[in-house]
Every structure is written in C-alpha cells, then in structure tokens.
Ligand binder design. Structure first.
Ligand SMILES: C[S@@+](CC[C@H](N)C(=O)[O-])C[C@H]1O[C@@H](n2cnc3c(N)ncnc32)[C@H](O)[C@@H]1O
Length: 348
C-alpha cells in the first residue's frame, strides 16, 4: 500500500476530456492519460465540484495499492483504508468509463458484497448518506486507487453517471439529456416547484423533438422552434406547437417559465442569446447546450460564460449559473441559468 501525498485528488471525466478536466482545476497533473476517463491531481487543498464543468466526480485520494494479489484483494484494501474519515456511508467500487473499464463490471459486481461484509465487520461502513463515501477505483484489476467523496461536494451517482432508461416512444436520445440536466442542476424541491404541468416553455432548435417531448411529458405547453421537422411522438403531441422560424430571432409574446436551446452554433452566440432571454425577463430559467468542437474547449467555454456574466451583471440581474458536461453530452457542455429575484419577490 502506498499512501499518496496530501491534497491529491481523483477526478472522473468523459474519456478524451482529461486535459480540459485538469486545466479547469489549475492543479498539478500527476496522471492524465488521454482517453483514460480519469485524472489524478495534486496540490489543491480544496476543489469545488459545482464549479467544475468537466469533472464527473471529485474524490479525495488517500492511498493506492499497485499490485493487488488475485487470491486476496480484501486484506490489502482494508490495510489501505485511511484513518480519517473513520467510517464511510457507502462503498462504491468503480472503473473507468472506457471499453476496458466495462470489462471489469462483472468483477466489481461480485467483489462488492464481499468487501462490503469485510468493511462492516471492521466497523468502517454504515448505511448513512451524510457520511463520506468510500471509492475504490480500479484502473485495472490489479491496481486500486482509494479515496473518499463528500456528499456535499461530489456527484451523487456511482462513477458520476446518472443512469436513465430511454422511454420507448421518445423522438430522440437527446430527450435524456434534458432529463439529466434537470436532475443535475435542480434539487428535488426545485424540480417539484419549477417543472409543473401548465407551465410554458420555448425550445429553440427543437427538431427532431426530444427536448420538447421531455417538457411536454411534464405537462408543459411547448413552442418548438426549428426549420426542420419534428418526428414521432413530438410531431403528434397536442402540447407541442411547432414554428418554422429562426431561433435567434424568435421571441414569445408572453414571458415563459423556461427557454431551452440546443442549436448547433458558436457557444458565445448561444450564451449571449440566453443571457438576453433571462435578463429581459422573457424566460425565468434556461437550459442550453454549448457545442465545443474546437481544440481550445475550455477557453471557448470560459469566453461564453464570461460574456454571459458580464451581460447579466451589466444589467444588474441576479442569477444562478452552472455548467456541466453531462453523461449525454459529447463535445459539448450543458448550462443552467436562472434569474434570482430579490427576497420577498417570488418567481412563478
Ligand atoms: C442538435 S439538434 C436539436 C435536437 C433536439 N434538442 C432534440 O432533442 O431532438 C439542433 C437543431 O437546431 C436547429 N437549428 C440550428 N440553427 C437554428 C436556427 N438558427 N434556428 C432554428 N433552429 C436551428 C437544427 O435545425 C437542428 O434541428
């Protein structure tokens, strides 16, 4: 067992985005193989998960076991547990989100109850969601990185991936992306309050209709703006009205509860449009996708978000802004923007 230096971190990310994940933290890279789906960093006493767009998970690294014996993996792992925290609220055995990582899933499933029993026997594991989680990450079967995550500063799902089932009648896979965005950016209470039947939404760049369908599924009335056709259940849905117009020019007559936007366009342009909708009160909240096909993705994202902040600050708007590369995002990042009213003044 090898204890790692203080202030070391293990972050998971979409394979291929390791460099963005490192750059964003401004920490010293220790292990950052391209395509591996994880990075090890050093030297930052604190990192805030909510402020990292490219990290799927944020884990404080405690130790590493390099040569796990095949016959008894449990004893060396127990010996490598940190003294602090003294007890964990959950055990998550994880592997990279890569083809090689997927070959470990059977082993992880079989190993989980064995290690869990040993941890409970040693008094190190309790069923308590407020305690730090124990992560044992296997880059391969013989090597384990041992760390912990704080439930208030990490993703609430194993491997940092929210798994969802594809509804059978959805018009496109991207309907899951909007569902994921709501889960990731909104608390349970906010979802209950802000995603109610009868609310109104505009979907810019809506075809073939996955996002519009997702909103209609929640009982919202949706205006779907796109020159292209809606398909399947979205084309038939009585709560979805399709307008063949330019999404950059369209404006609703009445303010709406939500604007969502998935137009394939320059990130700066989409961000400016969304800032305008929210700042002018046309929409209370926005979810939108910023496409990042360029080499300097982090810079493009920072420019887009920086431009938005400047526009909103310049207009004296109070807002909440969060950006994350979702599991369903490829070369892109999804953003949530909401107007925050002064105390006493309620949003619909
Ligand atoms: C990635 S797709 C949207 C997928 C959609 N969110 C879904 O769930 O099915 C992008 C769409 O944006 C539309 N689009 C691009 N530029 C547009 C513009 N200026 N006005 C309206 N739609 C636009 C394209 O026609 C395309 O259908």
């Amino acid at each position: 067992m090898q204890p790692v230096a203080q202030n070391n971190w293990l972050l998971y990310c979409r394979p291929g985005f390791e460099r963005d994940c490192v750059q964003e933290t401004r920490a010293k890279p220790i292990e950052t193989a391209a395509g591996s789906g994880f990075v090890v960093l050093q030297g930052k006493p604190r990192l805030a998960y909510a402020q990292l767009a490219f990290a799927r998970q944020l884990i404080r690294l405690h130790s590493e076991v390099k040569e796990l014996p095949e016959r008894d993996r449990i004893a060396p792992l127990l010996a490598a547990l940190p003294a602090d925290p003294p007890q964990f609220g959950a055990l998550w055995l994880e592997a990279p989100d890569t083809n090689e990582g997927k070959t470990l899933s059977g082993f992880l499933r079989r190993f989980q109850p064995l290690l869990e029993a040993a941890l409970i026997g040693a008094g190190s594991l309790a069923q308590d969601a407020t305690l730090p989680r124990l992560h044992i990450f296997f880059p391969d079967k013989n090597r384990a990185l041992i760390g912990s995550s704080n439930p208030g500063n990490s993703a609430a799902w194993p491997m940092g991936i929210l798994r969802q089932k594809m509804p059978h009648d959805a018009p496109s896979r991207s309907c899951l992306k909007l569902a994921e965005a709501f889960e990731i950016f909104l608390s349970r209470e906010e979802q209950a309050q802000w995603l109610k039947p009868g609310m109104t939404a505009v979907d810019l760049g809506a075809a073939p209709g996955g996002w519009a369908w997702q909103l209609a599924l929640r009982g919202m009335k949706v205006i779907a703006v796109d020159n292209g056709p809606l398909k399947g259940a979205a084309a038939q849905h009585p709560s979805i009205k399709h307008l063949r117009q330019d999404g950059f020019r369209y404006r609703p007559r009445q303010p709406v509860d939500w604007v969502v936007c998935d137009m394939v366009e320059q990130p700066q342009r989409v961000a400016a449009l969304m800032a305008d909708w929210v700042a002018s009160g046309l929409a209370a909240r926005a979810v939108f996708n910023l496409k990042l096909p360029m080499k300097k993705r982090l810079e493009a994202l920072a420019d887009a978000l920086g431009g938005m902040r400047a526009a909103l600050d310049g207009k004296g708007v109070r807002y909440r802004l969060a950006a994350r590369q979702l599991y369903h995002d490829r070369e892109e990042v999804t953003v949530f923007l909401a107007r925050v009213e002064k105390r006493g003044k309620k949003l619909p």
